[in-house]
Design a protein around this ligand. Structure first.
Ligand SMILES: *Cc1c(COP(=O)(O)O)cnc(C)c1O
Length: 223
């Protein structure tokens, strides 16, 4: 087996106080997750509903599962009973559906708004302007069963560290803007989720509070 415990220990040793690790376990078997769990890791991230359903059903119940991928609205009902956080919300439609399903379960679900800052073309994530508009519109304030806890983003997948730093700094500055404008009195709005295997050390310099690391801990994914 891949040296999950050794790798996890090294990543955890890099974390300053106040920064948490989401161990990204997608495509990795339960025994890898159990090894990390034995070392005390409790937050894991998955990006496919069915895979998550199986893992949630067969692994310890005190694991906090984060949904990190693109979530289709028709899948929300399956994860609503147990998901700790939906990290990549990029539309009011999805936010409304999470609220509705959370209400059905008598829960409040934590979410992050996903920003699209990277230069790469992707369909997902809110541009800064779209995020401003969503928050200014204010409908989210009526959704009592979702709690917006912060922002998440993926930097461009490039070697140029300066570009990664620029993008993450842009996200961190935007967090400050949004915090001041909409969440100044809301202590729950505190999370900045950025940093993956190849760039989490940069993310730690760019005010990340939550890194999402998979490959460095569990090895390459077998699809
Ligand atoms: C897969 C994934 C990660 C982890 O990527 P690694 O390079 O394996 O660390 C982080 N965030 C998101 C959104 C992902 O889909």
């Amino acid at each position: 087996m891949y040296d999950v415990k050794g790798n996890l220990s090294r990543v955890l040793a890099d974390l300053p106080p106040g920064v948490r690790l989401v161990a990204i376990s997608k495509y990795h078997p339960n025994e890898y997750i159990e090894a990390a769990y034995e070392l005390g890791q409790r937050i894991f991230g998955e990006s496919h509903e069915q895979e998550l359903r199986q893992k949630h059903g067969s692994l310890p119940q005190d694991i906090e599962w984060h949904f990190i991928g693109h979530l289709q609205t028709n899948k929300v009902k399956y994860i609503a009973p147990y998901i700790s956080m939906v990290e990549a919300v990029d539309s009011m439609k999805l936010l409304r559906e999470i609220n509705k399903q959370a209400k059905n379960c008598g829960r409040t679900i934590k979410v992050l708004l996903e920003l699209h800052i990277a230069e790469e073309e992707t369909k997902y994530g809110l541009t800064l302007d779209a995020c401003r508009q969503l928050l200014d519109a204010g409908e989210w304030r009526q959704l009592d069963h979702v709690q917006i806890c912060g922002l998440m983003m993926m930097a461009s997948f490039v070697d140029d560290e300066n570009q990664i730093r620029r993008e993450m700094t842009m996200a961190a500055d935007f967090f400050d803007e949004v915090k001041a404008r909409h969440f100044a009195h809301d202590d729950a709005f505190c999370e900045r989720s950025w940093g993956m295997s190849h760039d989490y050390k940069i993310a730690l310099e760019c005010r990340s509070t939550m890194i999402r690391v998979g490959t460095t801990i569990f090895g390459p994914r077998v699809y």
